[in-house]
Design a protein around this ligand. Structure first.
Ligand code: SF4
Length: 343
């Protein structure tokens, strides 16, 4: 088996809010292979961006391991962290604010090289020109400022900046959500090309399930700070094994209206509970149409799912005892069409 590029084990991020603790990421664990893209999805407030930022220590983890190769990012000292930053980069959601407006594109792209690489100025200039061309921009744009570019061009520049040091991993935090639809598809295609050429692993943090399916062979689903399901995207999207995943996917429209009407659907109601006061037992229980008594009493076990991956839900070991089968299979067997949460 390939050694993972990144292995996250029981990552916790807690904030003090007055006298209370907010558990923004709870026992988050996953792996990413070299050159792989893992999608991390969930509603706004699910903790997916918090987890992404904690990987790079842009916010401090409270506990857990973040293994980049053999090095634990979570416990790295200042000097070691500076060296690790060379190997881990981030592309932010908003290309309008992530690029310093007072710096030229050349200054923005050479900054990581000045900090981390011992290169002559002429070599840095050549590297900038080459990188700009690799993201579909003219090398002559290096003398311009960010405000002279469109949103899509700025995100190309942000991607170029993240790749200047040939990192092992890039965290892409909602990289296309601020862009119009046609620009989105250009940037996603660019990211695929950049990855194919570089072998860099991506963690794609996004709320748009269509984007994640297009980009990520594997997906992890987060709810209220916890990962509730992971697996190959094809299996998770077609045969989800956790009610929350099924509800998220039910909200994605099918291009075929007949399939949409006949699909087994869980229509998600209510709002995300406050992470300051999460429900006992399963955190999804206040919105889950299948909730049982045990769901309030005990956190659900993680079970292996047929077709790959895991899900954390009592339905697999209690009540109908799905034993790792998909929720759709269960709903089809019981002839359940759509279920709506009314609470
Ligand atoms: Fe629903 Fe219970 Fe499963 Fe949570 S553990 S998702 S409440 S059935």
């Amino acid at each position: 088996m390939t050694t993972p590029c990144l292995r996250v084990e029981n990552l916790n991020v807690m904030y003090d809010v007055g006298k209370r603790k907010l558990h923004a990421a709870k026992d988050v664990s996953f792996e990413i292979a070299p050159g792989e893209t893992l999608g991390l999805v969930g509603e706004s407030g699910s903790g997916k961006s918090t987890a992404g930022l904690a990987l790079l220590r842009l916010i401090e983890p409270s506990s857990g391991k973040i293994m980049l190769g053999d090095t634990n990012v979570a416990t790295a000292g200042r000097r070691e962290l500076q060296l690790l930053r060379k190997r881990m980069q981030m592309v932010f959601q908003d290309p309008y604010s992530s690029l310093n407006p007072s710096m030229t594109i050349e200054q923005l792209l050479t900054e990581p090289l000045i900090v981390h690489a011992d290169m002559a100025a002429s070599d840095r200039r050549a590297a900038v020109g080459k990188m700009l061309e690799s993201v579909g921009l003219h090398a002559g744009y290096a003398a311009r400022y960010p405000h002279e570019f469109s949103g899509g061009q700025r995100q190309r520049i942000a991607i170029a900046r993240s790749m200047m040091l040939h990192p092992d991993l890039v965290v892409l935090d909602e990289p296309v959500s601020a862009l119009d639809v046609s620009t989105q598809s250009q940037i996603l295609k660019l990211l695929k090309n950049v990855q194919a050429a570089s072998g860099t692993a991506f963690l794609l943090v996004a709320h748009d399930l269509a984007v994640v399916r297009l980009m990520s062979p594997r997906v992890a689903v987060m709810y209220l700070g916890e990962i509730v399901e992971t697996g190959p995207s094809a299996r998770v999207y077609d045969e989800p094994a956790h009610p929350y995943t099924a509800a998220l996917i039910s909200a994605v429209p099918f291009p075929d209206p007949v399939r949409q009407r006949s699909a087994n659907r869980i229509i998600l109601g209510g709002d995300l509970p406050s992470p300051l006061n999460p429900p006992s037992g399963c955190r999804f229980r206040t919105r889950c149409p299948f909730a049982m008594d045990i769901c309030a009493r005990a956190a659900p076990p993680t079970v292996q799912v047929e077709g790959g991956g895991v899900a954390a839900c009592h339905l697999h070991t209690e009540g109908p005892k799905l034993g790792g089968r998909s929720l759709n299979a269960f709903m089809r067997e019981r002839n359940i069409g759509a279920m709506e949460v009314t609470t």
